[in-house]
Design a protein around this ligand. Structure first.
Ligand code: SF4
Length: 379
């Protein structure tokens, strides 16, 4: 490790490289310095140094993926965030909410394809209340007990809690008892108040979002965390967002993975008011999150949002997870994403191998299911 840090000695980033190599924590000022630095390849190398430091011995080159599917029970939402084209479609005929039976039928389709995880999130629909989700979870656990259920963002938990009159703690305990295994990281958006105001984000404030994840962690429900970019945020806003996540992780320790997300604009009125992030911006978000979030084991390059090629490139910028095969995805595609709706495991493995890493099929909580190799990936 010191030998790698040595190679930064002549560069601008040598002070930060020394910190990463020695395991010292970066300050917000250090992270801003990285955002200000135009030397993208050096930032990528630094992120790789951080990734290798964080990975377990012998796992430095591992890149994870999972066999999973997305289920979105409703695209109606009581909220109207300006960056969201998934909920409240302009054509009312496209609005839907599924019965419990429809959700279960969809899950069985995924089960027949051998998925290990259901990622279940949707809008905020009064008919999809706590009882509805308790029914969904109980039936999923009864009929497909081998499948891990990662469901309901902190925003949805907050909504279900308010609808039911139960506390967040009581709501999460009921959901856990019904079968909730873990929570996704959505709904964090960006924590900066000014950006949230401009984007008409009235839902679950940052403190509540963080508290709900803290409660979940205390109940043994692991979760992920996200950050949405391309909605008018500054570098300082992104650093503040990540620092708040790092502090929460110090307290509750249950975050598995950080996922930087980019806004897709189709169906929104955000352009040209905001500047879409460039490829370099997105790679910097991945790299800087890897370096700054020293207590997050995994950083995800979410291929469905970034596209397979950029997600592959992100692997050299500190990302060690490509998410999953995903049988169907509606949220990003409603906003114009042109990525395919699914990638075969073999395609994901090939992307990982071509980038020089070792593909590892995982379960939701990062237990290793199978370690791939070049020959299986290219077969
Ligand atoms: S981002 Fe979430 S809370 Fe906001 S409108 Fe879309 S589905 Fe609703």
């Amino acid at each position: 490790m010191p030998a790698v840090a040595e190679s930064f000695k002549s560069g601008k980033l040598s002070r930060i490289a020394d910190k990463v190599a020695s395991g010292a924590r970066l300050s917000p000022g250090d992270a801003l310095e990285l955002y200000d630095c135009a030397d993208l390849p050096q930032i990528g190398r630094l992120a790789e140094l951080a990734r290798q430091r964080q990975a377990g011995a012998g796992q430095e080159q591992f890149v994870y993926y999972i066999h999973n599917m997305h289920i979105n029970p409703t695209n109606y939402c009581a909220e109207t965030c300006r960056f969201c084209s998934y909920a409240n479609p302009r054509e009312q005929s496209k609005a839907y909410h599924w019965s419990v039976d429809q959700v279960i039928a969809e899950a069985h389709k995924g089960a027949r394809l051998g998925i290990a995880e259901i990622h279940l999130v949707g809008g905020l629909h009064p008919a999809c209340n706590l009882d509805y989700y308790l029914d969904v979870l109980r039936r999923l656990k009864k009929e497909l007990p081998h499948i891990h259920i990662k469901a309901l963002t902190a925003v949805e938990i907050d909504y279900l809690s308010r609808l039911s009159g139960l506390s967040s703690n009581e709501t999460l305990m009921a959901l856990k008892e019904a079968g909730l295994d873990s929570m996704p990281g959505g709904g964090a958006e960006i924590f900066a108040p000014a950006v949230r105001k401009a984007m008409l984000v009235k839902k679950t404030p940052p403190s509540t979002w963080l508290t709900i994840h803290g409660i979940a962690h205390s109940l043994g429900i692991r979760s992920n965390a996200t950050m949405l970019t391309g909605i008018g945020e500054t570098a300082a806003n992104k650093v503040d967002h990540m620092i708040m996540l790092r502090e929460q992780q110090d307290k509750s320790g249950g975050f598995m993975c950080f996922i930087p997300l980019k806004c897709h604009y189709q169906g929104t009125d955000l352009l040209p008011e905001v500047t879409p992030p460039s490829e370099a911006d997105l790679l910097k978000d991945i790299a800087i999150s890897r370096i700054l979030l020293d207590n997050f084991a995994h950083i995800k390059a979410y291929w469905i949002q970034l596209g397979a090629q950029l997600a592959q490139k992100a692997l050299s910028f500190g990302a060690d997870d490509m998410d999953g095969t995903i049988q169907e995805e509606k949220v990003t595609h409603a906003a114009g994403a042109t990525t395919p709706l699914q990638l075969a495991a073999q395609q994901i493995e090939s992307l990982i191998v071509q980038a020089g890493y070792v593909p590892v099929e995982r379960d939701t909580v990062y237990n290793i299911v199978r370690i791939g190799n070049s020959s299986t990936a290219k077969a």
